[in-house]
Design a protein around this ligand. Structure first.
Ligand SMILES: *Cc1c(COP(=O)(O)O)cnc(C)c1O
Length: 471
């Protein structure tokens, strides 16, 4: 299996090169599979559906080719996924796909844990550790720190801006011992990012250490996210005859999105044969992608702060992959696009709780509201929008191919719940006057001692620290 890149389709690299390089440094392009292998129809038709781990194995096998043996890949998957996604029915035609059963209680565990083990696999014949440097504004740091913790041959240094991330996020990334540590930088997220970028281009440092990044553009984080789309679509396809009387339902995936890595993974799942009829790109006030779908022009912007802060992205990096996979016209036929403001997000948490008893986090709530507007006939109404895009929350005006199914109530929605509501307890409390129960693994991390090392936002200081402290 070969990989090419979004800016140079003549490029052909191995899975190992794509994973270890992260992106193509020559072109600045992102790696994408050169082709999308198909899962066998006998696998897709299995009743009952295969387990999450067998979906993961059968899917990953097609992308690793001969570069990772079957036995090694089984071991990687067993070690990465001691937990599973859960499909929870919310009503007759809606399901919630819970992606928060991993150690950090957010969907990024699926991608980060697979990537860590694949990197360790490709690094196993080296005699020095691979040093991962990550700058984080919160969520990525905890997923990466936890995913790489105790993985042999890998060593992780996380940089975060002191005082600028939530107390829970800070605990989730600063309490590790051993091969993962956190530096709290007296500065902003941009300062952290600059320190890491400067380190990567510092020839002197690179001569001393093998450096790598673990950011969200790595193909090894996207591919494993397709596992839960395939799994959930098969689970729902098999249980619809029991839950409702719909024949041949159109399964729609509703994806709360920021950088659009999660949604891109859904596109990969569909290309491999998962029974998915369409997608809803649901964003908060950072609605660059809905505006692109509305106006045909992609205009990245500075991000704005919202309650669903892991989606506060004004220049989504995976736009480049989506535009590489599909024309704008195809995107308009495949996606509904939607955005919601903070007031709507609080109301969505409230109405979902009132109508179904389910407590959503603010990210999942954006998706839930998108699905509710669609099932109420929203795709057939016209929302006000201008040449700059939609100025008020709602659906983009394009009519996807599956809009008729939604109107005829033969569409079934799977809303991706990307984080556990307890991670956003204050917002949930504002909406429903009730705190969600804290999972044990979050409670435990809150009690651990903080081990972050304070450092000035100064490259010479940072480099000095690395040289004296990394092995
Ligand atoms: C990262 C994140 C998102 C956005 O996912 P993208 O792949 O960047 O679109 C949504 N919800 C939560 C809770 C996240 O942590």
């Amino acid at each position: 299996m070969m990989y090419t890149d979004t800016r140079d389709h003549a490029a052909h690299v191995s899975f190992k090169t794509a994973v270890m390089n992260g992106m193509n440094a020559q072109t600045g392009g992102l790696y994408v599979p050169a082709e999308y292998p198909k899962l066998s129809s006998s696998f897709l038709r299995q009743v009952p559906e295969p387990s999450f781990r067998s979906v993961a194995f059968e899917t990953a096998r097609l992308y690793c080719g001969t570069e990772i043996s079957g036995a090694d890949l089984q071991a990687i998957i067993a070690d990465a996924y001691p937990f599973s996604p859960q499909v929870v029915p919310a009503d007759q035609i809606s399901y919630i796909l819970e992606l928060f059963h991993g150690p950090t209680c957010a969907f990024k565990d699926f991608g980060a844990r697979f990537m860590a083990r694949v990197m360790a696999h490709f690094n196993k014949d080296e005699d020095t550790p691979l040093h991962i440097l990550v700058a984080t504004s919160g969520d990525t740091g905890s997923a990466v720190g936890s995913a790489f913790h105790n993985v042999a041959g890998l060593d992780v240094t996380i940089l975060y801006p002191e005082g600028k991330i939530s107390p829970l996020q800070e605990k989730q990334l600063s309490t590790f011992t051993g091969n993962v540590r956190a530096l709290k930088i007296n500065g902003t997220f941009d300062d952290c990012q600059k320190l890491v970028k400067t380190a990567f281009t510092d020839a002197d440092l690179r001569a001393k250490f093998r450096l790598s990044s673990a950011n969200s553009i790595n193909i090894a984080r996207l591919l494993p996210q397709s596992f839960y789309y395939i799994f959930a679509s098969l689970v729902v396809k098999n249980r619809i005859p029991r839950d409702s009387k719909i024949e041949n339902p159109s399964i729609i995936m509703i994806v709360p999105s920021g950088n659009f890595g999660n949604l891109t993974s859904g596109l990969i799942a569909q290309k491999m044969g998962a029974p998915i009829a369409g997608f809803v790109a649901a964003t908060n006030a950072n609605h660059t992608i809905p505006d692109w779908i509305t106006t045909g022009t992609y205009t990245p912007r500075p991000s704005v702060k919202t309650l669903s802060n892991a989606m506060d992205v004004g220049a989504p990096s995976n736009y480049e992959r989506i535009a590489d996979m599909y024309t704008l016209d195809e995107v308009r036929r495949l996606f509904a696009a939607y955005w919601l403001d903070d007031e709507g997000t609080l109301k969505a948490i409230q109405s979902c709780y009132r109508d179904t008893g389910y407590i959503l986090d603010p990210h999942g709530a954006v998706g839930w509201q998108a699905w509710n507007d669609i099932r109420r006939g929203g795709l057939q109404e016209k929302f006000p929008c201008t040449a700059e895009g939609a100025q008020t929350p709602g659906l983009a005006p394009n009519i996807p191919d599956w809009a008729a199914a939604a109107a005829e109530k033969t569409a079934v929605g799977i809303v991706l719940e990307t984080a556990h509501p307890a991670k956003f307890g204050e917002t949930v409390y504002r909406a429903i006057n009730r705190e969600p129960a804290m999972p044990d693994r979050l409670e435990k991390v809150m009690r651990l001692p903080d081990r972050a090392i304070p450092l000035a936002a100064d490259y010479a200081v940072f480099k000095d620290w690395l040289v004296s402290n990394l092995a």
